[in-house]
Design a protein around this ligand. Sequence first.
Ligand code: NOJ
Length: 758
Amino acid sequence: MKKLNLLGFFLLSCFIASAQESTIKSSVRNVETKVDSVLALMTLEEKVGQLVQYNGSWDLTGPASEMNSKEKEENLKNGKVGAMLNVLSVEATAEAQRLVMENSRLKIPLMFGYDVIHGYTTIFPVPLAETASWDLEAMRKSAEIAALESAANGVNWTFSPMIDVSRDARWGRIMEGSGEDTYLTAKVAVAKVEGYQGNDLANSRSIAATAKHFAGYGFGEAGRDYNTVHIGENELHNTILPPFKAAAEAGVATFMNAFNDIDGTPATGHKILQRDILKRDWDWDGFVVSDWGSIPEMIPHGFAKDKMQAAEIALNAGSDMDMEGGAYESSLVELVENEKVSLDYIDDAVKRVLRVKFKLGLFDDPYLYANPALLEQISFEDHKELARDVAKKSIVLLKNEGDLLPLKDEVKNIAVIGPLADDKDTPIGNWRAQGEANSAVSLLEGLKNNAGKNVNITYAKGADLGVGERSFLMPLEINKTDKSGFEEAINTASKADMVIMALGEDAFQTGEGRSQVNIGLAGVQQELLEEIYKVNQNIVLVLINGRPLEITWASENIPAIVEAWQLGSESGNAIADVLLGNYNPSGKLPVSFPRAVGQEPLYYNQKSTGRPSNPEHVTYSGYTDEKKDALYPFGFGLSYTNFEYSDLQLSSEEMNPDGNSQASITLKNTGDVEGKEIVQLYLRDLVASTTRPVIELKGFEAVNLAPGASKTVTFEINEEMLQFYTANRKWESEAGEFEVFIGGNSRDLQKVKFSLKK
Ligand code: NOJ
């Protein structure tokens, strides 16, 4: 035994000594051998230690354990911890790493995780907003920058991307994902993984990514966070799993499971999801971290009677690492000794963790991500430029009656009004990592920075949106009574040629635990809008928000509406780019905007039902007091120019399984300015072994056109695109008729038909 240990120490020190990055790259090739040789040295206690993650107490993102920091420190020294989260800065991470490297027997380096969701210091648009750009390269790039800024601060693992498809605007975390569509979310998932992880995880500028939350978390009943999920196998496979599969195939280093239960089984204890689908069927070799405390949360779920049983269920189900739950550290050794958990399962989990650590280069240099020089090399100005670029691309023009926008030269007096108009904090959004409070360019500042000197800009807040303190964990109190600023705002508006009103949501109205039953303009905002409208109808409504809002009154009365989300550090400049016409808006909604909150969950790719259309009487699938479709549908977004679609054609109306068909359409810019259009391809399987959505996104292409120019846009349709999870419980296509739709949003589409022969 002693001999073996000595040999092991020799091997380990060899790994640590080879600190050059070129060596690191070559070491990745031999990861498996190295993982095995480290595993062979480990005691059961040390193995369990690798499966434990502690919060660093610096930045709480959940209810922390009762363990004090002295105990945590001792456990770090004794090799009882494999990873930490929320330990920030090069100094702090180096200090924690040193505790392990200088004291523990095997000196297995720690990983440091953090919620880097839309930037670390430089803040990009919240993920829902960024998805509205449909610009995968821009999204890859923003992840690359977030990775660099994280790595330069000691963080080598982000809990991102969140790729939970969500169709419910009531759910506060809808801001954190890519919206309601499976295909688009899968594309973003891959772009994000590539951005965070780069070509080589061991490069000190890239960090490990996490595909979360596995799975179904976006389908919480009634939009309530952490709530029960009722989805069947069909929905799970067709709607929820594809983005996760895409992330796994893109080589995402880790997965995070979820708080919710699915059809009676908590995701954390879900063996079919984690062990069978993810690890066996998809052959994925990374590790699964639990969500914060989700292992012991199986006790209140009524799925485990105590921590011991929770640990047994979770490990056996394939949850590899316990985030701040305290269940693995207290129970796993005993569970193995009592043969409730097999050593094989423990070994598999430990190997997964070690594998990621090797790939990250940590065995070669545990302090690879503790390099203060890297921070010095960063040009935050360049990062801001990129943040502005993706922010302007994320803006969606919802309405522009009478071409009110872009602002014309005749407009000399602009009144900027609203609680969010000069708010430098809300655009930073929730899940802001180390984005500094009040560091965004406000809309007012953006306009002043970018409008010409001849424009006179006046400002009146009108009202506060929130009152009191705002923080990540506390509910936000909305101002529902104080209208003392109305009078000044009304006066200001009445003297202006045009009013720009900034209304929407506070940064802390969306995010974790921030579900709402009302999704209109909160507090006194709607009233303020209507009062201003009485004195000046020339209003551009700029929405600053993290979820789809109910804005039916505004859509009927206000001439111009700009969806500007929470756009991050450069928000105001990006909005000004669009309002002033320096950028022609090109964003398209990644999520449907409802007419009324009662329509939620609302999504374009619904099933037909047996009674789909509106007959003379009420017995059809709709509402008696409201239309059933969206106010603004998925894929919708206007431009300052107009695009005309014509001549949709298919190269062949019959397709063989190994063949393909080209669908082409002519797109023409019929307006006066250059513009970018996101051309969207949808398919429908008309009759199948399970019911299928009325349409499903299957492709898109961004096309830039000069005024008067046209282009033929061609999409290839192949058999793989027709596959779905069939009644045979596998992914396959079925012979029969299909419809092909192409257009500029999910509602205005041209259609042709073809059939798949088998
Ligand atoms: C709970 C959230 O659900 C998860 O997304 C996050 O990564 C962890 N807390 C860590 O903060």
